[in-house]
Design a protein around this ligand. Structure first.
Ligand code: Z5A
Length: 205
């Protein structure tokens, strides 16, 4: 059995990740490809517990380094116990967010040193990386407007607009630094138009 492919999808809040992942999974199923869908932080039993701590609005005092380390702890659990076994069994894995989000949110948003994040990436991932990363890019304004009607915001969503502008800017720089892997897509248009661009990228895998 051949190894599966690993696709990650990222972007600021409200970029449409979940919407596009639904369509990607249906598309892969129609092509006869078995898919494991997951998310970060979370995606495993331990990871989901870490996610609750990370997003809990009660934890306002959490130190930024703690936040970063928890993101990578959840990621390690996911890679070792879910992603690598699934890929080895021939499944394709689609993850709602991955390591690029740590560079964008903790590096950009929290202004942590990007080299230190790269050290953690090296420790936890080694040579392992996604086959394709879809970066859905919308302005912070558009993203926020799309999620405005949600009942409650989580701990990170409570941040100021400037925080999310820095997040977006690091995402864009990463897509320029790693153009082979990270494909930036203008996600401000219609859902179907974005999906057809994504299908073309998936077909090229
Ligand atoms: N985080 C971190 O800090 N560091 C890390 O390393 C990692 C994560 C991995 C968890 O995020 C939080 O963890 C996140 C980053 C941080 N923090 N924040 N804030 P999450 O991924 O679970 O949640 P999210 O980022 O807040 O995702 P989201 O708000 O659910 O957005 P989305 O999945 O991109 O969007 P959506 O649910 O598909 O769409 C939102 C709405 O827009 C919905 O009503 C759709 O119908 C609508 N939509 C979607 N596409 C369109 C288009 N094209 N046009 C118009 N309307 C649309």
């Amino acid at each position: 059995m051949s190894k599966g492919k690993f696709i990650t999808i990222d972007g600021v809040e409200g970029a449409g990740k979940s919407t596009q992942i639904d369509l990607i999974c249906s598309y892969l199923h129609r092509k006869g490809i078995e898919v494991v869908r997951t998310r970060e932080p979370g995606g495993t039993e331990v990871g989901e517990k870490i996610r609750s701590v990370l997003l809990d609005v009660e934890n306002q005092e959490m130190h930024s380094d703690t936040e970063l380390l928890l993101m990578f702890s959840s990621r390690n659990e996911l890679i070792q116990n879910k992603i690598i076994p699934a890929l080895n069994d021939g499944y394709w894995v689609v993850s709602d967010r991955f390591t690029d989000a740590s560079f964008a949110y903790q590096g950009g948003g929290r202004m942590l040193n990007l080299d230190r994040i790269a050290e953690l990436e090296d420790w936890v991932l080694g040579d392992f990386k996604p086959d394709l990363t879809l970066l859905l890019d919308v302005s912070v304004e558009v993203g926020m407007a799309r999620i405005e009607s949600r009942a409650a915001k989580d701990r990170i969503e409570l941040e100021e607009r400037e925080f999310f502008e820095r997040v977006r800017s690091v995402f864009i720089s990463r897509s320029e630094a790693f153009p082979e892997r990270i494909k930036l897509l203008d996600a401000s248009g219609a859902v179907d138009d974005i999906h057809s661009k994504i299908r073309a990228l998936i077909d090229s895998l």
